[in-house]
Design a protein around this ligand. Sequence first.
Ligand code: ADP
Ligand code: 5GP
Length: 202
Amino acid sequence: MNKGLLLVISAPSGAGKGTIIKRLMDDDRSLKLSVSATTRSPRPGEVDGEDYFFLSREEFDDLVKNGEMLEHAEYVGNCYGTPKGPVESWLNDGLNVILEIDVQGGAQVKEIMPECVSIFILPPSMRELENRLRGRSTENDEVVNARLEAARQEVHHAEDYDYVVVNDTVDQAVEEIKTIIAAEKHRFIRVSSIVERVLIDA
Ligand code: ADP
Ligand code: 5GP
């Protein structure tokens, strides 16, 4: 069986990656979203084990020490990481997996799993990014300002990604990402077994 596709999706905070990924998952129930671990506090409505595994710093460090993280990074004062187990077993079962991670984590995954497909989502402008981040009302002013500062650095990393999608409207961004996924499934490296099967049938 072919392994599933590993999709790395990064974007500055507030660019809309959560919104886009939710739509992708609603439209394709076979897509799996990795649930990250974090030391940040839950936002109102966030559920432990669904949105994140909310951990203490000690619990987080233990996972890292025990080699249970695929990647991990510190972002604006909190730690975030991808538990390795579920991602590996989904990929081995041929399922397509999304990692919603920051640019530091994206670089680590590209290094250890170069076959991954990386997509960077850009806001239409930094002004619109600020409007979205403030409009979401999930962080106080200090945290919003720190995230905007981080965003200015993160945007420079768009060049490290395989694809860049501008989230002008959610509909258009979702369609563009679906097109990328469809094309990537047809790369020779992923479908080489089909060629062998055709020859056997001949
Ligand atoms: P991220 O996950 O990248 O931090 P979110 O998905 O939470 O971003 O989106 C940030 C805010 O912007 C949310 O309030 C969301 O509803 C809004 N948003 C997302 N995409 C768009 C868009 N294309 N146009 C307008 N608002 C958007
Ligand atoms: P938030 O606090 O808004 O949920 O996430 C802040 C940032 O951390 C976002 O850029 C998000 O993509 C990133 N992030 C979430 N989970 C992970 C993870 O497992 N690893 C890394 N490296 N970054 C993550």
